[in-house]
Design a protein around this ligand. Structure first.
Ligand SMILES: [Zn+2]
Length: 716
């Protein structure tokens, strides 16, 4: 999550006639036409060396200082200030891009009411307030005291008033409420939950069927602070840990993109669904609070002790709640009361777009993006990524302005708006793109070779590759021990619409902390008022050397995607993942599938065929003496491979998910997601109709793999 960049490769459907039959490239042939050298040109290694040398820590540091000057939540004056910063940089005469502009969308957002803040209180039978939950985080520096720091809240939580006895519901998963309800009647209760385990909004969605009327959520020090709690010497400003009053804000919707314009770009004149038809948002009020208040509430709860997996770092036993507090506590017989005043509003949110036009294949695009909006100052999320993107565009922009370089393919830069509310800017962009220009989708597989070249932060002797392999690796049957790549299976960031909806090969890149040294679920200031320049420069990346390593790595990949004669994708690596998925499916499911007369044989055959096709494709990929039209054809095959895995009808219950290999899954198994989810459902219900769905998803994925393999073979 730290220091992010999202890159995608995208191609227009229009094939330009650049490759008119010219026979083999005759680079040294003096009678060859002058454009032939350009068409045959491959990536220039000396240019990459020059790029790597020019990426500068001080520039990145000053970018971050400027971007985090004021809070810049989507559509606020601070957000507009960052729009202007991006435009000024990308329109600069000496270091800017060919062109840069803003694109506005009218999007549905949710804010607390600054004049009527959300309140959570403990009240006795006479409605006398016994305890008030802190409404703002404690300020340690003037940053946190800025009046533009938004009150912690749950975006898209409905406004409303709820009052009831408190219960502790662990992480708010369906199984947590199920377990609680076995001994308690949850009707009319307020549930307190901790972050983790279930999505933010799901904690309320899962609660409502049990009659719960309101939900609180907090971050347990066990999950974020390695158990530490004191701000006198343990947490920020003394370390990177979350102070007791810190609150993770967030969007509590399930689906991504603008909620009123599903599958349509949210322009002024666009059709909008009625707000009451929105699905996947909390049906009951929910509010996030700090662990200093959660500590007071949880340690006063009565009832039976919760099981050991539910216990956190507080020095008391976490009880279920009677419901309500212990008779011996000062809150005996008291209720928890929630008064939530969030308001939904349609506002203008801007993406800032910039381009460097390609010289040879301007109709092929490499997209590099990062969101711009934050919850508060957002030094790490997202401004670390924007600081890096601005440094990459400064170095590349200058080369373009000086006439030293122009990429083979076009590069599009995107500074997305309103990501924090649900990946809105990037999703709206893909909705316009897919409908207006029929562009196509993809995933980048072979990034290893590029990180060999970049030094690990602060070191001259170790590469990012070696550091990566040391800290996170896997054993590949082909390559031996190699760095581990994660899969883009969920909708964690702006890659979602590109991968899942359009099928564009994508990378989501971050430089993160050593997870062997901390159990922190994410960096502890995430979405709090403490994610500031001071925090980033003191505790995340002093000297900005990690930022520099990310800029070098991302820029190196970007240049190679834009300039390589043949796209640097490796089909065999994709085949390896499919084979892994298949082996897991065989181990976990084959026996039961056979018991239900469902054969996995077709899937095995398809995976084998894909493996062969991948190897064949790689052999086509070597050598440089290739006709331009063949180059174009091979690149089409590589670029469009992920698109072959899209099935628009396979997941009717999952908004905008169409990629049968990477779709989100709730089963938690490293195998084909549709199959895994259908199997989990059939196993628990035992219904024939659910086993039919298992059979269906097995056929969907087998057919997709077979189809994808056929796109890698020779045309006829
Ligand atoms: Zn975020």
């Amino acid at each position: 999550m730290i220091i992010k960049a999202v890159i995608g490769v995208l191609c227009a459907a229009v094939v330009l006639a650049i490759g008119i039959v010219i026979g083999h490239f005759g680079i040294n042939n003096s009678s060859a036409p002058s454009w032939l050298n350009d068409v045959a040109k491959d990536v220039d290694e000396s240019l990459i060396e020059k790029f790597l040398a020019e990426v500068d820590t001080i520039h990145i540091q000053e970018n971050l200082r400027e971007l985090t000057d004021v809070p810049h939540m989507a559509t606020t004056p601070g957000d507009e200030k960052t729009v202007q910063t991006m435009l000024r940089r990308w329109q600069d005469a000496d270091t800017g891009l060919d062109d840069a502009w803003r694109e506005e969308y009218n999007v549905y957002l949710s804010f607390p009411d600054p004049n009527n803040p959300n309140k959570v209180t403990v009240v006795d039978a006479a409605n006398t307030v016994q305890h008030s939950i802190r409404e703002r985080e404690k300020a340690y520096t003037s940053d946190q005291d800025d009046p533009e720091v938004v009150q912690p809240y749950a975006a898209y939580s409905p406004a409303g008033h709820a009052k009831g006895k408190l219960v502790y519901a662990n992480q708010g998963k369906p199984s947590d409420y199920e377990q609680l309800s076995q001994t308690l009647n949850l009707t009319g209760t307020i549930a307190i939950t901790r972050y983790g385990g279930a999505g933010r909004g799901a904690k309320a969605i899962n609660a409502a069927p049990y009659g719960v009327v309101g939900v609180l959520v907090y971050t347990d020090p066990l999950d974020i602070n390695d158990g530490l709690m004191s701000d006198t010497n343990e947490t920020y400003p003394h370390s990177w840990y979350m102070p007791p009053s810190g609150v993770e804000r967030g969007s509590f919707n399930r689906d991504f993109g603008d909620l009123l314009t599903p599958y349509l770009a949210a322009k002024e004149e666009t059709y909008r669904i009625p707000p009451e038809n929105i699905v996947g948002i909390p049906p009951i009020p929910i509010q996030p609070i700090g662990f200093e208040d959660a500590y007071i509430l949880i340690c006063a709860l009565g009832g039976d002790a919760a099981p050991s997996e539910w216990q956190g770092a507080f020095n008391c036993t976490y009880n279920y709640g009677g419901p309500g507090f212990k008779p011996t506590s000062e809150f005996n017989n008291s209720d928890v009361k929630m008064d939530i005043y969030n308001k939904e509003v349609i506002k203008n949110s801007a993406n800032v777009m910039g381009v460097i036009r390609g010289s040879v294949e301007p109709d092929r695009y490499v997209i590099y993006g990062n969101h711009r909006d934050s919850w508060v100052h957002g030094a790490i999320d997202p401004s670390s990524g924007t600081s890096v993107m601005l440094e990459i565009t400064r170095v590349l922009g200058r080369m373009v302005k000086q006439g030293i370089w122009r990429p083979r393919r076009s590069i599009i830069f995107g500074s997305w708006g309103a990501e924090e509310f649900g990946l809105i800017g990037s999703a709206e962009y893909t909705e316009v793109t897919s409908y207006n220009t029929e562009q196509y989708v993809h995933l980048i597989r072979n990034v290893y070779m590029f990180v060999v070249q970049v030094n690990a932060p602060g070191e001259s002797s170790t590469s990012v590759y070696e550091a990566w392999k040391l800290h996170s690796n896997r054993t590949s049957p082909t390559h031996g021990v190699i760095p581990r790549l994660g899969y883009l299976t969920g909708a964690g960031s702006d890659y979602a619409a590109f991968v899942h909806y359009l099928g564009i090969s994508s990378i989501d890149m971050s430089y993160t902390y050593d997870r062997s040294k901390t159990n922190a679920r994410i960096y502890p200031a995430y979405h709090t008022a403490y994610d500031t320049f001071d925090y980033a420069s003191k505790y995340i990346d002093p000297g900005f050397v990690s930022h520099q390593a990310v800029a070098r790595t991302a820029g190196n990949i970007l240049i190679r995607l834009a300039d390589s004669l043949l796209l640097p994708f490796n089909c065999s690596d994709y085949a390896e993942i499919l084979e892994d998925y298949l082996n897991t499916a065989v181990t976990l499911y084959q026996q039961q599938l056979e018991a239900h007369k469902i054969s996995i044989g077709k899937c095995k055959t398809a995976t084998d065929v894909f493996g062969d096709a991948g190897e064949y494709c790689n052999t086509q990929h070597t050598g440089r003496n290739i006709m331009p039209l063949k180059v174009r054809r091979i690149n089409d095959q590589l670029m469009l491979l992920d698109r072959a895995f899209l099935d628009p009808l396979a997941f009717p219950d999952k908004y905008a998910f169409r990629h049968v290999i990477w779709t989100s899954s709730s089963a938690g198994k490293a195998t084909f997601p549709g199959l895994a989810d259908a199997f989990a459902q059939a196993e628990s219900s035992g219904l024939d109709s659910d086993w039919d769905k298992v059979h269906y998803h097995l056929s969907v994925v087998s057919q997709a793999i077979e189809g994808a393999a056929s796109t890698l073979a020779d045309v006829i």
